[in-house]
Design a protein around this ligand. Structure first.
Ligand code: NAI
Length: 325
């Protein structure tokens, strides 16, 4: 059995290599950016462990030995799941390693915007020391927190946010009423954007959600409200967001994710004074990174030993060729 780690931005791969050494699995490593890079590196591999590299029908057609793809992370939008299902390839992810980290990061970003932290810091460094320098502040405990996508992370955000805000509302058409905590009010997407003082995005990137936050929704937001995105960059139409910020409709936006990462340093979104950015870091803590890597790597071992990864996104058809010790 041989697997390819298609790409990674961890300082080393010692954790993965130790796991695979113990399981008797051979490992190749690469830094693939495109499907062609993956194809060139994965021809003789049975499985892929992927961070950001794209994987789709082109890869499955060129590398027919591949029978399982595991992604480092909860989101799996870089893997074409329809193509994987068509080729009978298993897809796995690691959904629950950093729920607390992402929710905490989203709440930290929300409160940083609502309390103007980055703006005060910038003003002080430019010589201004005054509580009113970046504009008026309203009382957070009078405000409504809005959550789009009430899954693992959205629910945790609601839970840790509810003591700071007066009200928590959420939109998630795919879960039943009983899955809404008692302290979260169910609203439509349109009501969410119209009523919330802070909207936090926690939806996966899919055909449904690509560009879902557009001019039509942003125009509904209250003057002075803020938007926080720790989900995926392409969920927000960046041109429409910049227009809403320039028009003074939004007081600020905090983005951990962008449609293209890393962005050019001279990009408007990077230079905008009312945008707070972090480098796709919401998932990160020392413990979460370790858990992420362990769970994503273990999916391949579980499949090879038991015929099924621990965290299934797409139920594949392929059986492991050999049972491992
Ligand atoms: P989840 O699958 O538990 O929850 C997603 C929720 O979104 C589900 O309840 C689903 O019903 C809902 N949803 C789907 N389409 C929707 C729509 N059109 N409108 C409203 N709700 C919709 O996923 P989880 O674990 O909460 O993660 C959410 C996303 O966060 C991931 O897909 C990933 O892209 C992102 N993420 C970002 C990280 C970072 O470091 N910035 C780290 C981990 C996850």
């Amino acid at each position: 059995m041989k697997i390819l780690i298609t790409d990674y931005d961890f300082p080393d791969l010692e954790l993965e290599q130790a796991l695979y050494r113990d399981a008797g699995i051979e490992v190749a490593t690469a830094q693939c950016r495109t499907e062609d890079d993956v194809i060139a590196a994965a021809r003789d591999c049975d499985g892929l462990l992927v961070q950001y590299a794209p994987v789709n029908a082109k890869v499955f057609a060129a590398c027919p030995r591949i029978r399982i793809v595991s992604r480092y992370g909860a989101g799996f939008d870089t893997i074409n799941t329809g193509d994987a299902a068509a080729y009978g390839v298993w897809v796995a992810n690691s959904p629950d390693y950093g729920v607390g980290e992402v929710a905490t990061h989203a709440l930290a970003m929300t409160l940083a915007l609502l309390r103007h932290l980055a703006l005060y810091d910038r003003d002080i460094r430019n010589g201004t020391w005054h509580f009113g320098s970046p504009g008026k502040l309203q009382r957070v405990s009078d405000m409504t927190l809005g959550i789009l996508g009430l899954g693992r992370i959205g629910k945790r955000m609601a839970h840790i946010g509810r003591n700071s805000f007066k009200r928590v509302i959420a939109c998630d058409p795919y879960i039943i009423d009983g899955d809404f905590p008692a302290y979260v009010e169910r609203v439509s997407k349109e009501e969410l954007f119209a009523q919330a003082d802070a909207v936090s995005l926690h939806v996966p990137l899919s055909d449904d959600t690509r560009g879902i936050v557009n001019a039509a929704l942003l125009e509904r937001m209250k003057p002075g409200s803020v938007l926080v995105n720790t989900a995926r960059g392409a969920v927000v139409n960046i041109g429409d967001l910049l227009a809403a910020l320039d028009a003074g409709r939004l007081d600020g936006a905090a983005l951990d994710v962008l449609p293209s990462e890393p962005p050019a340093t001279d990009a408007r979104i990077v230079q905008h004074p009312r945008v707070l950015l972090t480098p796709h870091a919401a998932f990160y803590s020392v413990v979460a990174e370790k858990e992420l890597r362990h769970k994503a790597a273990q999916n391949l071992i579980d499949w090879m030993q038991r015929g099924r990864p621990s965290y299934v996104v797409v139920e594949g058809k392929a059986e492991p060729l050999a049972q491992l010790p």
